[in-house]
Design a protein around this ligand. Structure first.
Ligand code: ADP
Length: 476
């Protein structure tokens, strides 16, 4: 099959969260299955890679607000996988993916209209006629609109269009003046069959309305988004489209996240020999000045510090949990109220709490490897990657039973992790107590670790699920 994959983030070039990881891995896994994949993504200002080559083609998109032009650059990652970077100095040539310290960029609707339509035009320019166009999140929603409603002419309408929702909370909503600015036909400004959402334009809704198939990143999240509680206002539409909606679990990048080969760690380890893990634990405690030789259990967190992740719950539960002597280490950045909360906790418990406010890949590996337990008290979690990294690294995940966490962490006495139901500090504390009890029984803890480390979260299995979906669309 020929697959055009469009995403606003692509690890390792650009990433704010799981979407970047997925875009960095799934296309490669599909190419490994024999498909020809072209990935289209913006060339943000921070992407400076000498390997990027001109294709000799450029894009030109005419919007009522003006004409956008930019070069099309290429990077061949493997014989069957090419990345096409859309260059456009005034739309992308700046620091940041979606915003900066002052908030969201004011022209994101233009920036991602350019990505959506530019991806289709790029395929045309290269005479690449895909069987499948795989779109991701609101930033690409207008591509589905273009394909099915001819908003900007495109000869690619033969292709089947798959739209993946990585996080329903981010929808790309703009005032309705955007309809005219971008030249979206007004007949699409309806709630039932168009892009209208409470008198605003909703790009995500465009993707959900017009794609041939919808996926999200775990089976449980696929159900949750059809309920008012998890639907962020789109549950009704998603219920209407449930016949084409499925959940396919993300994999993890097994090259980056493998404790046996991880070069970012001070030592490597495997299930049969955890001595390297002890070295990592020592290094982690030392790094944060928490008493490297302590026998107290170490709880880790690596997370965007946002409402979704339940940081408030952590901050409420931790003071009591810290009374047991446990160590807590967090790496994250996000909302300042949570960043400040973690800093305050560190000041209050300098011998027990370590916090690094910022994005740090190497440190995230050290936390995954060096901690005994990994906390994810998420309000909701479409898939979540960190719990899978934790399992691979013999770090027992302690997670709230929601979304992809339910589908990846096995609870119970013979499981590999600890789940709690209610979004309440007491429930989190209960789970932490459970973890402490497990920590007190080394042989049971070893069983938990061994089971977790034996799990297969490679992309190959997920890629085969996508392949089956694509094939069914081409037959149907
Ligand atoms: P989300 O996409 O909602 O942020 P995921 O668990 O799916 O959550 O993916 C998060 C990814 O971002 C993981 O690879 C995680 O390790 C990484 N990450 C998040 N915050 C940081 C940070 N401060 N430093 C390093 N990596 C981080």
């Amino acid at each position: 099959m020929k697959i055009l994959y469009v995403a606003s983030e692509l690890a390792p070039f650009s990433k704010t969260g799981g979407l970047g990881d997925v875009a960095g891995s799934l296309p490669a896994a599909l190419a490994a299955l024999g498909h020809e994949v072209k990935v289209v993504t913006p060339r943000y200002g921070d992407i400076q890679d000498a390997r990027l080559e001109p294709t000799g083609h450029s894009l030109e998109l005419r919007f009522p607000y003006g004409v956008e032009r930019g070069a099309l650059l290429s990077l061949r990652l493997s014989p069957r996988q090419e990345v096409l970077f859309l260059e456009n100095e005034h739309l992308y040539g700046r620091h940041g993916l979606y915003g900066d310290a002052w908030g969201e960029f004011g022209d994101n609707h233009r920036r991602f209209a350019y990505l959506s339509l530019g991806a289709l035009q790029a395929a045309q320019r290269l005479r690449f006629f895909p069987d499948i166009i795989h779109l991701n999140d609101w930033q690409t929603g207008l591509a589905a609109v273009a394909l099915r409603r001819g908003f900007q002419a495109t000869p690619l309408h033969e292709a089947r269009c798959v739209f993946t929702i990585h996080n329903l909370a981010y929808q790309g909503q703009y005032g309705k003046h955007v309809m005219e600015e971008l030249g979206l036909p007004w007949e699409l400004f309806t709630a039932e069959h168009g892009l209208e959402f409470y008198d605003a334009v909703n790009f995500l809704k465009g993707g959900i309305q017009f794609a041939d198939a919808l996926t999200t990143v775990s089976p449980t999240y696929a159900k949750e988004i059809q309920e008012p509680e998890g639907g962020f206002g789109l549950d009704g539409l998603l219920r209407r489209r449930q016949g084409v909606l499925t959940g396919i679990l993300n994999g993890i990048d097994a090259d980056e996240w493998n404790p046996e080969t991880d070069v970012m760690l001070p030592a490597r380890f495997r299930a049969e020999d955890l001595r390297g893990k002890a070295v990592c634990r020592h290094a982690l405690l030392e790094r944060f000045g928490l008493g490297a030789d302590t026998e107290a259990p170490v709880f880790g967190v690596v997370s965007r510090l946002v409402w979704q992740k339940g940081v408030d719950l952590l901050l409420e539960a931790l003071p009591e949990a810290l009374q047991t002597g446990l160590r807590f280490v967090a790496v994250g950045s996000g909302e300042s109220r949570f960043e400040d909360g973690l800093r305050a906790l560190r000041r209050q418990y300098p011998r027990q709490v370590g916090a690094h406010i910022g994005f740090d890949r190497e440190l995230s590996h050290l936390v995954e490897a060096g901690a005994d337990f990994f906390l994810m008290p998420s309000r909701y979690e479409p898939c979540g990657l960190n719990q899978m990294f934790s399992l691979r690294y013999g770090t027992v995940p302690v997670v709230r039973a929601t979304g992809g966490l339910v589908d990846t962490v096995q609870g119970g006495p013979d499981g590999d992790g600890i789940l709690f139901e209610s979004f309440h500090p007491e429930a989190l504390l209960g789970a932490i107590r459970w973890a402490l009890a497990l920590y007190g029984e080394p042989s049971r803890l070893a069983d938990f670790r061994r089971r977790g480390m034996g799990r297969d979260f490679s992309w190959a299995a997920s890629a085969r699920s996508y392949e089956r979906l694509f094939a069914s669309l081409l037959m149907g």
